[in-house]
Design a binder for this molecule. Structure first.
Ligand SMILES: [Zn+2]
Length: 459
């Protein structure tokens, strides 16, 4: 089998992959609840002779392996949905279940493409009888930024040489840098309760401490790097106004492009919390409850991704699909659409192209800002990893929106998914046939992490 035959085989099984993806989309399950979704993946993988290994303490996490010997290639799949984004396959806001969950980040497509690629490479390994192992990773809890962090801690990725990843978006492009590193921290203050009118002098308010800490944190903003983000909510502000709150709690996210900056800002935030406790004569306990790393770039895998994206033709769309994309686009702020069109389309291109249908030129890749966080970043710190995105919805549509949910269940989304599956399969084909690629990706990884080893954000 050559690469073209591997891709042909992938086309021959696209019904199976698409059906799975739509089933997952039809039955959205949020983080930690992906029971049916994970089982749908397990079932197909088992039927294709993959060996399933479960992950201790994580019922919806697993990996499915086929082949033997090195290289061992991990292909990352996800399947969790988001709360409150329920949506039918419609061009207007139309929830299937009021306040229900929905696939607003297209993880039904993300998992589907990883699965399709794994099945195609399984066929290749069976026929070619060469050394090499493919592992499909079923990764739950991405939206809460913790699934892969826990899986790394449980040793689920031990034995892999490198990992391949992608994400649904509005553009076809290989990605070099992405994801903000983040820490999620809870600050619990403990004071003294008292009657707020009869004896306020004997009380020490934990809520005062929370509020003073927030004031301090807001002043801190001026003295951190531009790209840092600090956001918070108050998760416990006491009960009734006539009782001085004994307990109060705030929940912070600290984000920045590099892990070191996040750790520095976190330390300073702890000092502010202590200052607030000192001012109010309360006690504080700060707890980092989670966190994740940014994507560690790998030029070897970036070049391989770009090469495969150029080599394999991106999807074309029917008139009906273009009409669907246009109608969805019309529900967006025109500035959002214009901004993306300007950044990612050639100026002389026909503006009637609602979908990105090229591969973004390397010079334009820096214009893509993936400013969310992802636990996939952590995987890139324990082995070489790539990232790319494909157009699964029209330009201007943002992830975590009802529009993205609708598109994730459409033929447009499925085309973006199958294209991603082809690119992943193409990359694995190259990695299996060119051992020097694996070696140079690993050499680069070792160089980059020589003085910066991965430390789990989880205690
Ligand atoms: Zn996502």
């Amino acid at each position: 089998m050559n690469k073209i035959e591997v891709l042909k085989y992938l086309h021959s099984i696209n019904k199976e992959v698409e059906e799975l993806s739509i089933k997952v989309w039809d039955n959205p399950e949020i983080s930690e609840q992906e029971i049916k979704s994970a089982n749908l993946f397990r079932k197909i993988l088992k039927s294709h002779d993959f060996n399933i290994t479960e992950v201790d303490g994580m019922p919806n996490a697993f990996y499915a392996e086929y082949g033997s010997g090195s290289p061992v290639i991990a292909v990352l799949g996800e399947y969790d949905a988001l709360p409150d984004l329920s949506q039918r396959l419609d061009t207007k806001f139309n929830p299937a279940v009021k306040n229900g969950p929905g696939h607003g980040c297209g993880h039904n497509l993300l998992g589907g493409a990883a699965l399709g690629a794994a099945l195609a490479i399984r066929k290749y390994l069976e026929e070619a009888k060469i050394s090499g192992t493919v592992r499909f990773y079923g990764c739950p809890e991405e939206e809460t930024l913790v699934g892969k962090v826990k899986m790394i801690k449980a040793g689920a990725f031990d034995g892999c040489d490198l990992a391949l990843s992608w994400h649904p978006m509005s553009v076809n492009s290989a990605i070099k840098e992405a994801y903000l590193s983040n820490n999620s921290i809870k600050f619990k203050f403990d004071g003294i309760s008292a009657h707020a009118a009869a004896s306020p002098e004997s009380g020490r308010s934990a809520l005062d401490a929370v509020e003073l800490m927030n004031v301090g944190a807001n002043y801190l903003r001026e003295h951190v790097i531009d790209k840092a983000r600090i956001h918070y909510t108050i998760t416990n502000a006491g009960g009734a106004p006539n009782i001085i709150p004994k307990e109060a709690e705030s929940w912070y996210f600290v984000r920045a492009p590099h892990r070191n900056d996040v750790q520095d800002i976190t330390k300073r935030l702890f000092k502010i919390a202590e200052g607030a406790a000192l001012m109010t004569e309360t006690k504080v306990e700060g707890r980092v409850i989670g966190g994740c790393y940014e994507l560690l770039p790998n030029n070897v895998l970036f070049e391989l991704t770009h090469k495969n994206m150029v080599e394999i033709e991106p999807p074309k769309y029917t008139d009906e699909e273009m009409k669907f994309a246009k109608t969805i686009q019309e529900t967006l702020e025109p500035a959002m659409v214009e901004g993306e069109v300007k950044k990612f389309m050639s100026v002389d291109r026909d503006r009637k192209l609602y979908m990105h249908q090229d591969i973004l030129e390397k010079e334009k890749i820096d214009a893509i800002e993936i400013s969310g966080s992802s636990d996939s970043g952590d995987v890139s710190w324990i082995m070489p990893m790539n990232l790319f995105i494909t157009a699964c919805w029209p330009l201007g549509v943002a992830n975590h929106s009802w529009q993205a949910t609708a598109l994730s269940g459409s033929s447009i989304g499925l085309k973006g998914m199958m294209y991603a599956a082809e690119v992943l399969a193409g990359m694995m084909y190259d990695l299996l046939n060119e051992p020097e690629l694996v070696k140079s990706a690993k050499d680069e990884f070792n160089k980059r992490t020589k003085n910066a080893k991965y430390v789990s954000p989880l205690k």
